[in-house]
Write a protein that binds this ligand. Structure first.
Ligand code: GUN
Ligand code: ZN
Length: 488
């Protein structure tokens, strides 16, 4: 039911098949609250929505909505004929306690009203609770997910997709085991992260998502519940999340907040509208301030624009660069990106081997999976005799260079590589600033040391400029027996 068309990092462009049609991912589902409509569902497609999400519990507990949904179906009730997901009311369960509705009842209701994606009544465990509670909630969430499967005729071609929600609070091992034990579902939402989003704890969110991704089949579609702010899309998609829901466009509008891909403005603090969407080019700041609907409309435009930007970067292979730019918007996002970089070995297994030129944009670029992959590949080189490692490829040294059996070029943050690789990705297709940080030079030296250690029988001459001489790693290099360092 899910096909992958393009990949970059763990992100992908995919196609999710539902009874009401195919959805291209990554995508965002605007949340439609039948009791509070700020943007008409029938207008959602104009913004770029391919699927929306509404709340089955909100419909169920209201007699007239419930009866209409049962009579005409949820699509007719909402006024949207394309794919539609229903949430179960778990979040209301989390906010208000006991709902007086059982899993079986709300799942059967979702099926009867013709939802395309049905969500069991999972238990959103808050962060930082006791392990015992988190474990108990995971067990019950798993039981309810299995029960949901028995309520759907799995052989029916027109059957709804069933979501297996991953819980486990802030315990990454519980997230892993929950993800591992959920199997045979059509889509895997990651739940219970809204409180972490509210406090901008992107580091923990990265740990949770990566724990889940480690255990889910790579081709399973993943939904990140509650992540509707466009500034987080690039990183979230890079981690392999395919589907998002946004109540944010409406909730933020109600508070007078204006969304952009690099954060939030209070409209009352705006003198100018930085966006060029149809709303912002035809309205004044005052009009946005005075109408929640108009502000919600801009928020939706900004949300879908960012998702298209993310998708384009997947196709061209520049998602990492986009993450580096977006994650400069807030220190907590930068922390999140650095945490993501710690998973470089895992990311590298799925990341494609060639892409858009490698742009070094900040010291975080040195942590990219490509640098890891390069270092691993290079340390497998088999070198003998006299080896020159030089930071310069100047031809005036040609004669001198003939004395060597191998000549390697040194390039931060990668390390040393044979001239034959100077056209290949990533090292030969990288744009590195002249004024690069010392940390990138240190990483290059570290990779050079790995290479030297793997070739103990060769003799190395390392030739570099003054600035390299002052690095910490240079001390270690100097102490190696088969190394001579030459100052250029
Ligand atoms: N909406 C936001 N978080 C959650 C969650 O954990 N589960 C469900 N079902 N819906 C949510
Ligand atoms: Zn706008």
């Amino acid at each position: 039911m899910f096909e992958v068309l393009h990949k970059d990092l763990l992100g992908r462009i995919g196609r999710l098949h539902t009874p009401h049609g195919v959805v291209e991912t990554p995508t965002i589902m605007p949340v439609i609250n039948p009791n509070l409509i700020l943007v008409k569902p029938c207008d959602m497609a104009e913004y770029g929505a391919e699927i929306i999400i509404t709340n089955a519990y909100v419909i169920y507990r209201n007699q007239s909505l419930r009866e209409e949904a049962l009579r005409r179906g949820v699509h007719a009730l909402i006024g949207w004929e394309k794919p539609l997901m229903t949430d179960s009311g778990s979040y209301q369960l989390y906010e208000y306690g006991d709902l007086g509705v059982r899993n079986r009842e709300i799942v059967e209701f979702q099926v009867r009203i013709g939802s395309d994606i049905v969500v069991p009544l999972d238990i959103p465990t808050p962060p930082f609770v006791s392990r015992r509670k988190a474990l108990r909630d995971v067990e019950e969430t798993l039981r309810r997910a299995e029960e949901a499967k028995t309520l759907v005729n799995l052989r029916d071609e027109e059957r709804p997709l069933i979501a297996g929600v991953v819980q486990g609070s802030t315990y990454t091992d519980l997230r892993e085991s929950c993800a591992e034990r959920l199997s045979g579902f059509d889509i895997y939402p990651i739940g219970g992260i809204v409180p972490l989003l509210e406090i901008y704890d992107f580091r923990r969110i990265v740990d949770i998502v990566m724990a889940v991704k480690r255990k889910l089949p790579p081709n399973a579609p993943v939904h990140l519940f509650g992540a509707g702010h466009p500034m987080f899309f690039a990183l979230a998609v890079a981690m392999g999340c395919d589907i998002f829901d946004s109540a944010a466009y409406a909730l933020y509008a109600r508070d007078g907040r204006y969304l952009t891909n690099e954060g939030t403005y209070h409209v009352k603090n705006l003198n100018y509208l930085p966006c060029s969407c149809p709303i912002c080019t035809s309205h004044s700041v005052r009009e946005l301030m005075e109408s929640v609907e108009i502000l919600a409309s801009h928020n939706l435009y900004a949300t879908f624009e960012e998702m298209r930007t993310v998708k384009q970067s997947i196709v061209e292979g520049s998602l990492w660069e986009l993450c580096e730019r977006r994650c400069r918007a807030h220190p907590a996002l930068l922390d999140g990106l650095k945490r993501f970089a710690k998973y470089a070995d895992f990311i590298e297994k799925y990341d494609s081997a060639t892409k858009h030129p490698f742009f070094y944009l900040s010291e975080i670029s040195a942590m990219r999976p490509e640098v890891r992959r390069f270092a691993k590949k290079i340390s497998r080189l088999n070198l003998r005799g006299n080896v020159l490692i030089t930071t310069s490829m100047l031809s005036e040294h040609e004669a001198e260079k003939r004395r060597y059996d191998h000549i390697l070029i040194m390039k931060p943050p990668f390390g040393a590589f044979p001239e034959e690789l100077s056209e290949t990705y990533p090292v030969g297709q990288s744009e590195i600033p002249e004024d690069i940080e010392d940390s990138a030079l240190e990483i290059a030296l570290e990779n050079v040391m790995k290479l030297i250690n793997a070739n103990k029988n060769a003799k190395f001459t390392v030739e570099c400029e003054e600035r390299w001489m002052k690095l910490k790693k240079m001390e270690d290099l100097r102490e190696m027996e088969n190394v001579v360092i030459v100052h250029r």
